[in-house]
Design a protein around this ligand. Structure first.
Ligand SMILES: Nc1ncnc2c1ncn2[C@@H]1O[C@H](COP(=O)(O)OP(=O)(O)OP(=O)(O)O)[C@@H](O)[C@H]1O
Ligand SMILES: [Mg+2]
Length: 430
């Protein structure tokens, strides 16, 4: 939106609050308040003519509440980005608000900085339209969440699977190493195990970490490069690894209820990632298999979200349900990609083409190779290191190259107007 102001609409039943918010926004010359509404009903009526880019929505409104109003307002103007405002203690509503399509949350009263930052962030998000997910050409767009903007900000690539045992960790580990080898030693690649209770990245890499992410729990808000260097384990491939806590009980301090922010995300995980991404060019994240507060934090921060599945019905169904959930949350689907693991054309199983037709084109199909994968897991030597020429390794190397190419192009293109960027996508690369 080069040259154009960000159009903002304020919805709050208290006139004084509306006015305070409006005044705060006068501090930023790029923002223009185009409408104010005292109720959800008013907001829905005005939104079409006001055409705001961003709507600041109070969660508590007389008549229809802010969450219902958000849902209806987005039916009228799906391109609007809604920031929900609430007083502390209303975090129970946050999940519902996310499901209704709210993209961000602020506690009242927000500071000018918080408000202005959130509005700029929102203005860069690509609106999602229903049907995006099924469009066969939908790949990973570079415009999503404006994430190509900061050239020196590391890209976060999260591997997730709703089911266990699909090969998430295998993919994360081999992808990180393949990426490091593809981009060269000048580019810093980190691997973080956010499967906090039963993470096994270190085992897959024969590392015996003396420090883990648990050591950061009490210092997440005061991270510095020195501290980070003491917890990230170097691996011979050149990547650095932040391992999961040594036992489930050691993860406790990272998972207590009070670490959850208003958006339902894990505040400590967010702080750690926000700092760590400044020190790396790429961060590959392994996860557990639940949409919990760690995952909600990751949904907020990831530049790419890769869903791993095997060609079997329960896993396809799980992945489909997860993608549907993302869409309901108004997640920028251009960031989501598919990894089909255990592909074996000689065996029974759902054909990858059928999975792709039902969901989206896969970024990569990783062949089944029990001998290589199991040996790698048992010896802690990732297969892209041990057997780089094997088809299974080649699949991971291809994935690394696709990802690097995607983000390299994005950095170059980030200078272009947002509309041009939005048309770019990985679909083109494949
Ligand atoms: N393409 C493959 N071919 C054969 N075996 C594989 C393949 N990918 C992964 N495996 C094996 O499947 C097992 C599970 O893999 P992995 O631990 O990576 O999955 P996960 O989704 O991370 O599981 P968890 O639920 O433990 O987190 C491992 O023994 C691994 O070696
Ligand atoms: Mg795993």
């Amino acid at each position: 939106m080069a040259g154009e102001k960000i159009r903002v609409m304020i919805v709050d039943d208290v006139a004084e609050t509306r006015e305070q918010l409006r005044k705060l926004l006068t501090f930023d010359a790029d923002i223009q308040v185009v409408a104010m509404a005292g109720s959800g009903e008013d907001a829905i009526k005005t939104v079409a003519s006001a055409q705001p880019d961003v709507v600041l929505m109070d969660i508590n409104l007389p008549g229809i509440d802010g969450i219902t109003a958000t849902g209806k307002l987005l039916e009228v103007l799906p391109t609007a980005q809604v920031v929900m405002l609430s007083v502390q203690g209303e975090s129970d509503y946050m999940r519902r608000a996310m499901m209704a399509g709210a993209r961000d949350f602020l506690t009242k009263p927000p500071s000018a900085d918080e408000l202005i930052d959130a509005i700029h962030r929102m203005a860069k998000l690509k609106p999602i339209r229903s049907g995006d997910i099924l469009a066969p050409a939908a790949g990973m767009g570079s415009g999503g969440a404006g994430l190509g903007a900061a050239a020196r900000r590391g890209k976060i690539i999260t591997l997730f699977s709703p089911k266990g045992g699909t090969g998430c960790t295998t993919t994360a580990v081999n992808l990180a190493i393949a990426l490091q080898s593809s981009v060269g030693p000048e580019t810093k690649v980190g691997l973080i195990d956010l499967s906090l209770q039963f993470g096994d990245v270190a085992v897959f890499m024969k590392l015996q970490p003396t420090r883990t992410i648990a050591d950061l729990a009490s210092r997440a808000n005061e991270m510095d490069a020195e501290l980070l260097a003491t917890v990230m384990m170097p691996h011979p491939s050149g990547i650095k690894v932040l391992a999961a806590p040594p036992s489930p009980e050691d993860a406790e301090s990272l998972l207590t209820a009070d670490v959850v922010d208003e958006a339902g995300g894990n505040r400590l995980v967010k702080s750690i990632l926000k700092f760590t991404r400044q020190e790396f060019d790429y961060l590959i994240i392994d996860t557990s298999h639940a949409v919990d507060n760690v995952m909600l934090a990751l949904l907020d921060l990831s530049d790419m979200l890769l869903v791993v599945l095997r060609p079997v019905i329960p896993e396809i169904r799980g992945a489909r349900m997860f993608l549907d959930l993302l869409q309901k949350m108004n997640y920028p689907m251009e960031k989501a990609g598919l990894v089909i693991n255990y592909v074996d054309n000689k065996r029974m199983g759902i054909q990858p083409e059928a999975i792709e037709r039902a969901m989206m084109p896969a970024l990569v199909r990783i062949p089944l190779d029990e001998r290589i994968a199991l040996t790698a897991a048992n010896y802690g030597v990732p297969f892209v290191v041990k057997e780089p020429r094997s088809p299974i390794s080649q699949a991971l190397i291809k994935l690394a190259q696709v990802i690097d190419k995607q983000f390299a192009e994005e950095t170059v293109e980030s200078a272009q107007p947002a509309e041009t960027q939005r048309r770019m996508g990985l679909g083109r690369l494949l």
